[in-house]
Design a protein around this ligand. Structure first.
Ligand SMILES: Nc1ncnc2c1ncn2[C@@H]1O[C@H](COP(=O)(O)OP(=O)(O)OP(=O)(O)O)[C@@H](O)[C@H]1O
Length: 805
C-alpha cells in the first residue's frame, strides 16, 4: 500500500473522528439535560399527583391535567431515547468508525462516490453527506457482494448499476489505522485470516466487517416466508442469523421491534453465548428461548416432561436395557409427519365419538358427570369444529354451575359454615358484602335518578332492606367462594381429560387404526403403547410425546397463537422434528421463519434433513414461499482440522475449508485411563502455556463427563468447569462438556476424551464425533486407551499425526 494513500486515509479518519467528537460534545449537555429534565418531571409528576375530587369539574380538571402531563412525559422520554441512541451510536463509532470503503461510479453520473462503511451511519453537518454508511444500508451491500468491477445494488426505487473502482478494508483501533488492504476478492482473505486466527471468546463476536457474499444473501433475504439455511459446521449460520436480526431491525425499524423477533436456541447456555452480538451492533436483543422452555410452560402444571438431553442420554446409553428398540421406534414414529396426520385424523374421529371428560365434583359429590358432558357436546351442531363445540360445552358448564350454585345456598353445609364462621372469616365476608353494598347503593342512586328523569316509580324491588338480607348475602358469598375453583377449572378446560385422550391412542393396533386411519404402524407397537401408558400413569411424558400431547390438547381446546411475533429464528434446526415445525408455524401465524442447521450434526433422533427434497420444511409454507441457501465454506477451524472432520462425514466432500493453516489433529493412544488423563493434563498445561485459554474436553455423555471431571480434577487440573444441562452461563476456560451441550459453541482447543469404538461406531455416533471435533478452532486432540473408533480408523493417515505410543 502506498504510504501517501495510507496518510490520506489516516487524515480522513482524523477528520471524521473530530467531527464525531465535536458532535458528541455538542450533544452531551442536551443528553444529560434531557435525562435530568425527564427524571425531574417524573419525580414532580408523582409528587404533584393529587386529584381533586370535590366537584365533578375539579375531578375532570385534574384528570385532564394528569393525562396531559403524562403524554408530555412520554414524548420527552421518546425524544430522549432517540437522542441517547444517536449519541451512543456516535460513541460506538469513535474508536473504529468504519471498516470498509468502496468507490462506486454509478452509470450516468460523472463522479464516483466514496462509500465508507461502519456499524452505523454518520452524516455531515449539512445533513446530506454520509461520512459513514450503516453496513445495512442498500449501498453497503456492494461491499459484501462484489469485487471491483461491474456491480449493482438494490434500493427501494430500483436497481442501481455502475462500476466499483476500489474496494478497501481497514482495521482501525483507537483512531489509528492498523491495517489497510485493497481487495480484489469479494472480501479479501487477509482480514478474514486475521479475524479467524484470534482466540475463542466466552461470547460470540459480530462479523459485520467480513460478512461473505453467501452469508449476506441470508442476512438480507426479504422475499421468502421460509428461509432455510443448510450449512456445514462453522460456516457462520449462527453469525448470519444474528446479523440478520440486526438487519431486519434496521430495515423495518418503523414496524418491527426487537421483542417481535424470537430465536429458538439449543440450550440456555447458548443463549448467553450469543447475547452480546446485537448490543455490540447497537441493537436490542431479540427474545430468546428453547423449545423445551415452551413445552414446560404449558405442560408443567399437568405432567413432567422429559427434556431432550435426558432423551439423548437414553438413546446413547441404554442400548442393553429392555424396551430400548421399542423406545427408539417410538421416538422415530412420534416425531414423524405420519403421526401428525394420524393425530389430525384422531381429531376428526373425536368429532364423532370418543371424547373423554372428567366429572365435575364438589364436596365429594359428582355435580356434573362426564357422560352428561359427552352427550351435551355431541348434541351440538356436528358441523362445528371439535374445539368450538368444547367451547360451547364450557359455556354450558359455567351456566350449569351458576344454577347449581344457587341451589347449594339451601344446602345444610352452607348454613353450617355460616354458623361456624370465626371473626376473621366473618370480617372477610362482611368486607366483601360492603363492597357489594356500595355497588348496590350506587345502582340505587342511578335507579333513583332515572326514576326522577322518567317520572315513573319502580316497584318494591328498589327498596332493599340491606340489614335484613345480610345473612342471606353472606351465605351467597360462602357458596360463591366454594364454587370459585370449579369455575376457574372449567375456564381452564380441566373438565377435558387430556391425559385420557392422549392415553387412549395407545391401545391395541385395531383401535389405533380405527381412531387415526393409520396404515403403517411401527412393528413394536404394543411395547410402545405400554411404555407410553406407564409414563402417563406416573404423570410423566417422554420428550417425544410432549409436542404431540400439546397438539391433542389444542385439537380440543383450540390453537394457541402468538400474533405479535414477526420473525422466528430456529438455530440448530436439524434437531427439530417435522411435528415441532408444524407446531411452531401454528403458534406464530404472522411470523416469517429462518431455519438454520446442519444435517451433518443431526445427533437427536427426531432430526429433520433441511434440504432434502422431501423435507417437511420445504412444504411448510409452500415451495413458492421457501428459499434454501447452502453454506459449504467452513470458517471456524484451521484447514487441517476441516480436512480431518469433513472426512469423518459421509458426504462431507463438498465442505470447503478456509485457508488458515495450523497443526494437524493429534491422536494419542495410551495404555490405560490413568495414563490418558495424565496426558490430557499435560496437554492442557502446554496449550495454556501457548496462550490458548479456552479448552474443552468433550465427552459423549453426561455420565462420561462426570467421570472425566472427577479423574482430571484428581490429577490436578485446576479451574476445571463441568458443564451440565443446568449450566446457564458460558464462561471461557478449561471445561468438560458432553457433546450435545457443546453444539453451536467453539473452543481454541478440543480434546475428544474417548475416541474408542465403544463410544463412536454406530451411524448416529458418527455425527456425534463429527459435531464434537468441529468445535475446535485451532487444535484438535483425540485420545483412546484401546482401539480407535472405526470412523477414525477409516481416515487417510495423512490427515492426522500420531503421538508416539
Ligand atoms: N464472515 C465471517 N467473518 C468472520 N468470522 C466468521 C465469518 N463467518 C463465520 N465466522 C466465524 O466462524 C465461526 C463459526 O461461526 P458460527 O458459529 O456462526 O457457525 P455455525 O455455522 O453456526 O456453526 P455450527 O453449525 O458448528 O454451530 C465463528 O467464530 C464466527 O465468528
Amino acid at each position: 500500500m502506498k504510504t501517501d494513500e495510507w496518510r490520506q486515509e489516516q487524515e480522513r479518519l482524523e477528520r471524521v473522528r473530530n467531527k464525531l467528537m465535536t458532535r458528541i460534545a455538542e450533544l452531551e449537555p442536551e443528553v444529560t439535560g434531557l435525562r435530568d429534565q425527564a427524571a425531574d418531571m417524573r419525580k414532580r409528576f408523582w409528587e404533584e399527583l393529587t386529584i381533586n375530587t370535590s366537584t365533578t369539574e375539579d375531578f375532570e380538571d385534574s384528570f385532564y391535567s394528569v393525562q396531559q402531563q403524562s403524554a408530555m412525559l412520554a414524548e420527552r422520554e421518546r425524544g430522549h431515547k432517540r437522542l441517547v441512541d444517536q449519541w451512543n451510536g456516535m460513541k460506538r463509532l469513535l474508536p473504529s468508525p468504519y471498516f470498509g470503503r468502496v468507490d462506486f461510479h454509478e452509470d450516468g453520473l460523472n463522479t464516483s462516490e466514496q462509500v465508507y462503511i461502519g456499524v452505523s451511519s454518520f452524516v455531515d453537518d449539512d445533513g446530506l453527506n454520509f461520512l459513514i454508511y450503516d453496513w445495512r444500508s442498500p449501498i453497503a451491500s456492494l461491499y459484501y457482494d462484489y469485487p471491483p468491477g461491474r456491480a449493482s445494488y438494490v434500493t427501494p426505487g430500483g436497481t442501481i448499476e455502475g462500476t466499483m473502482e476500489l474496494k478497501r478494508q481497514f482495521q482501525i483501533q483507537d483512531g489509528q489505522i492498523r491495517n489497510m488492504f485493497d481487495a480484489s476478492e469479494t472480501i479479501g482473505d487477509e482480514l478474514l485470516q486475521q479475524v479467524l486466527g484470534k482466540d475463542a471468546d466466552s461470547q460470540m463476536k459480530s462479523i459485520v466487517a467480513t460478512i461473505q457474499k453467501e452469508q449476506n444473501a441470508i442476512i438480507r433475504n426479504d422475499k421468502s416466508r421460509m428461509l432455510i439455511v443448510q450449512g456445514a459446521a462453522g460456516s457462520g449460520k449462527t453469525s448470519a442469523a444474528l446479523q440478520r436480526v440486526a438487519y431486519l431491525l434496521y430495515k423495518h425499524r418503523q414496524t418491527i421491534k426487537a421483542d417481535q423477533i424470537v430465536l429458538f436456541s439449543p440450550n440456555s447456555m447458548f443463549g448467553s453465548y450469543v447475547s452480546t452480538v446485537l448490543p455490540e451492533l447497537g441493537e436490542e436483543n431479540m427474545q430468546q428461548t428453547t423449545f423445551q422452555e415452551y413445552l414446560d410452560y404449558w405442560l408443567s402444571s399437568l405432567l413432567r416432561s422429559e427434556d431432550p438431553f435426558d432423551q439423548i442420554e437414553y438413546t446413547l446409553t441404554a442400548q442393553d436395557k429392555p424396551g430400548y428398540e421399542a423406545r427408539i421406534q417410538g421416538i422415530a414414529y412420534k416425531t414423524s409427519e405420519a403421526f401428525l396426520k394420524a393425530l389430525q385424523n384422531y381429531g376428526k374421529w373425536l368429532g364423532r365419538e370418543g371424547m373423554r371428560f372428567k366429572d365435575i365434583r364438589f364436596r365429594s359429590r359428582v355435580l356434573i358427570t362426564a357422560e352428561r358432558m359427552s352427550a351435551k357436546m355431541y348434541a351440538f351442531d356436528s358441523s362445528l369444529p371439535l374445539f368450538s363445540r368444547v367451547v360451547l360445552l364450557q359455556e354450558w358448564l359455567l351456566n350449569e354451575l351458576a344454577s347449581l350454585e344457587r341451589k347449594e345456598r339451601d344446602a345444610s353445609w352452607a348454613q353450617e359454615e355460616l354458623n361456624y364462621l370465626d371473626n376473621e372469616q366473618y370480617a372477610e365476608f362482611f368486607g366483601m358484602l360492603h363492597k357489594e353494598k356500595e355497588l348496590l347503593d350506587l345502582s340505587e342512586h342511578y335507579a333513583m335518578a332515572r326514576e326522577l328523569m322518567n317520572k315513573e316509580r319502580r316497584g318494591d324491588e328498589g327498596d332493599i332492606d340491606f340489614a335484613q338480607r345480610e345473612e342471606e348475602l353472606i351465605l351467597r358469598s360462602i357458596v360463591k367462594k366454594s364454587f370459585k375453583p370449579l369455575r376457574k377449572s372449567v375456564r381452564k378446560f380441566s373438565f377435558v381429560d387430556i391425559k385420557g385422550l392422549y392415553g387412549q391412542l395407545f391401545g391395541d393396533e385395531a383401535s389405533y387404526r380405527e381412531k387415526t386411519n393409520e396404515v403403517v404402524i411401527p412393528p413394536l407397537w404394543s411395547e410402545i403403547c405400554k411404555q407410553t401408558r406407564d409414563m402417563l400413569s406416573r404423570d410423566e411424558l417422554f420428550h417425544e410425546d410432549a409436542t404431540p400431547y400439546l397438539f391433542v390438547k389444542e385439537l380440543v381446546e383450540g390453537v394457541r397463537t402468538n400474533k405479535e411475533i414477526r420473525h422466528v429464528f430456529v438455530d440448530e434446526g436439524q434437531d427439530y422434528s417435522a411435528f415441532q415445525y408444524e407446531y411452531l408455524k401454528k403458534l406464530f401465524p404472522r411470523a416469517r421463519m429462518t431455519v438454520l442447521g446442519d444435517f451433518g450434526q443431526a445427533i437427536f433422533m427426531q432430526a429433520t434433513n433441511l434440504e432434502a427434497s422431501d423435507s417437511p420444511l420445504m412444504w411448510l409454507f409452500g415451495e413458492a414461499d421457501t428459499s434454501l441457501i447452502r453454506l459449504v465454506r467452513s470458517y471456524r477451524s484451521t484447514r487441517e482440522i476441516v480436512e480431518f472432520t469433513k472426512s469423518l462425514l459421509a458426504g462431507g466432500d463438498e465442505i470447503v475449508p478456509f485457508e488458515r493453516r495450523g497443526h494437524k489433529p493429534l491422536l494419542f493412544r495410551l495404555n490405560d485411563m490413568k495414563k490418558r488423563d495424565a496426558q490430557i493434563l499435560e496437554d492442557i498445561v502446554s496449550l495454556r502455556a501457548e496462550g490458548f485459554a479456552s479448552i474443552a474436553v468433550i465427552t459423549k455423555t453426561a455420565a462420561e463427563s462426570r467421570e472425566a471431571y472427577d479423574s482430571l480434577q484428581s490429577q490436578g487440573v485446576g479451574e476445571l468447569q463441568r458443564i451440565t444441562k443446568e449450566t446457564l452461563v458460558f464462561e471461557k476456560g478449561v471445561m468438560v462438556i458432553p457433546v450435545y451441550l457443546a453444539k453451536g459453541i467453539e473452543f481454541d482447543a478440543v480434546f475428544i476424551y474417548n475416541a474408542s469404538p465403544a463410544a463412536y461406531s454406530r451411524d448416529n455416533e458418527r455425527k456425534l464425533l463429527y459435531t464434537a471435533c468441529t468445535r475446535a478452532m485451532h487444535r484438535l486432540h483425540l485420545y483412546t486407551t484401546g482401539d480407535w473408533s472405526p470412523f477414525v480408523q477409516a481416515l487417510p493417515a495423512n490427515l492426522y499425526e500420531k503421538a508416539p505410543d
